[in-house]
Design a protein around this ligand. Structure first.
Ligand code: DGY
Length: 444
């Protein structure tokens, strides 16, 4: 037996856009005047016209606090509050609103044994009460962990998943130092719970996951890992440039599906790179390294940047519109800030050539993901190569369905040597702050 709760709606297509597009439910049945969506055993129907309208909250139930946190990371835009634990109901939950203002609740039941599980997920790697305490939110290469153990008592999340917000909040009060990932949101709430904290060392060059203004006001140092990941990330940007322009991933899928029946004059035609124009959005270290590789292809290089740069090759500074209109490949390397968030929206994407390829190894929210999907669906740009997304790890189904996009799981810096070097730098940064020395890279 299965059940469906039906709701009356004034706008079936908005219901589809929201429940399928935003929440990621599957369209189970399209009955014309009635759409039924499914996720696990849950079915929700939205109908135009005569239905016995059900009002009330739509509750999505998950098995763990981590899953609720993951939903919060994906659905922050529609959330009306942050996830919190309700002692009264023994649930961990947050609220959101759907496209017609209905209340949505995302929750998990916290049984006593689950509460214990949430609260004891850390291993103390080298118990030594005389040392300052460092919270390591996820295991990083061994060389770095060994370095950390020399100065700190290391409390490490050894599970193969990120800590939930609830777990982070539970563990942070005792900590003198934090070594975290770009997927850990270190906001006011976390810092307020961390009265002893002296340093937040991010295992990344980007630090948009940290409220640096608040850290500064609290006199907590924030450090990152620039430099050591430049070349690996530039290599990966090039892997995407080549893959998206010459339809490598699509061709691989084609061969594996048994479709290759011999050489064909019009099979998998793509875009050339040699002698074309590479546009670099953000000519920092990584953008510059991407440009250097383009000289080997005889490409013309344009860049858009707030300041004039002088790379050791020929590159022309242009305004954003010129960059968009002239580039055959547009590669994003700007940091995510208030100014760059949503910098490429529908209007900007419409300025790109129909033959252009968009590459993003920077941060997802710099591009309006919905507008990009539309441009790719309508073939208003040729292809995209993406390593980053608007709400990681969530990737909209429409993007997964597209052939003209190459999708990677945020692996720009993921080489053995680079991840080890990032570990060294992140560990040394944390150690330097606690020893009262100058770290290699400090943001505030
Ligand atoms: C960073 O460091 O910011 C990258 O996105 C991951 O290496």
């Amino acid at each position: 037996m299965s059940g469906i709760i039906f709701f009356k709606t004034a706008n079936l297509s908005a219901a589809k856009e929201f429940y399928e597009g935003v929440l990621g439910m599957k369209l189970w049945k399209d009955q014309g005047k009635c759409l039924i969506f499914q996720q696990g055993s849950m079915k929700l129907g939205f109908c135009e016209g005569e239905v016995s309208e059900t009002s009330g909250t739509i509750t999505f139930v998950y098995d763990s606090a981590t899953e609720v946190d993951e939903r919060y990371a994906r659905f922050q835009k529609i959330a009306t509050g942050k996830p919190e634990y309700s002692e009264y109901y023994k649930i961990y939950h947050f609220w959101a609103k759907d496209f017609e203002g209905r209340s949505l609740e995302f929750q998990c039941f916290m049984q006593p044994e689950q509460q214990v599980k949430v609260n004891t997920s850390l291993d103390i790697l080298n118990p030594d009460k005389s040392k300052p305490k460092l919270l390591l939110t996820r295991m990083i290469p061994e060389n770095a962990v060994e370095k950390l153990k020399q100065l700190f008592e290391v409390h490490a999340n050894t599970a193969p998943r990120n800590l939930s917000k609830a777990e982070l909040l539970h563990q942070i009060p005792e900590m003198d130092a934090l070594l975290c990932l770009l997927g850990d949101t270190i906001d006011k709430q976390v810092m307020d719970a961390a009265q002893k904290l002296r340093v937040i060392s991010n295992y990344a060059v980007g630090y948009n996951n940290i409220d640096t203004d608040y850290a500064k006001s609290r006199n907590i140092a924030v450090c990152n890992t620039p430099g050591v990941l430049t070349e690996s990330t530039a290599d990966l940007a090039w892997a995407l440039i080549m893959a998206a322009s010459r339809r490598i991933a699509e061709s691989d899928r084609y061969v594996r599906r048994g479709k290759f029946e011999g050489w064909e004059p019009l099979l998998m035609l793509g875009q050339d790179l040699h002698q074309r124009t590479l546009g670099i959005l953000g000519l920092g270290r990584i953008g510059e390294a991407v440009g250097r590789r383009a000289t080997g292809f005889g490409m013309k290089i344009l860049y858009y940047s707030r300041t004039e740069k002088s790379p050791d090759y020929s590159a022309t500074k242009v305004d954003l519109e010129t960059l968009l209109r002239k580039s055959d490949i547009l590669s994003i390397h700007a940091p995510l800030t208030d100014e760059t968030k949503g910098l490429l929206g529908a209007r900007e994407l419409a300025m790109m050539k129909e033959t252009a390829v968009l590459i993003n190894t920077g941060r997802g929210p710099i591009v309006d993901e919905k507008a990009m999907i539309k441009a790719l669906q309508e073939k208003r740009i040729f292809a995209a190569g993406l390593d980053v997304y608007a709400q990681e790890p969530f990737i909209p189904q429409e993007l997964l369905d597209l052939e003209n996009v190459v999708l990677l799981p945020h692996i720009g810096s993921a080489s053995f040597a680079t991840r080890a070097a990032m570990g060294d730098m992140a560990a040394e940064n944390a150690i330097a702050i606690v020893k009262g020395k100058q770290p290699k890279s400090r943001i505030v």
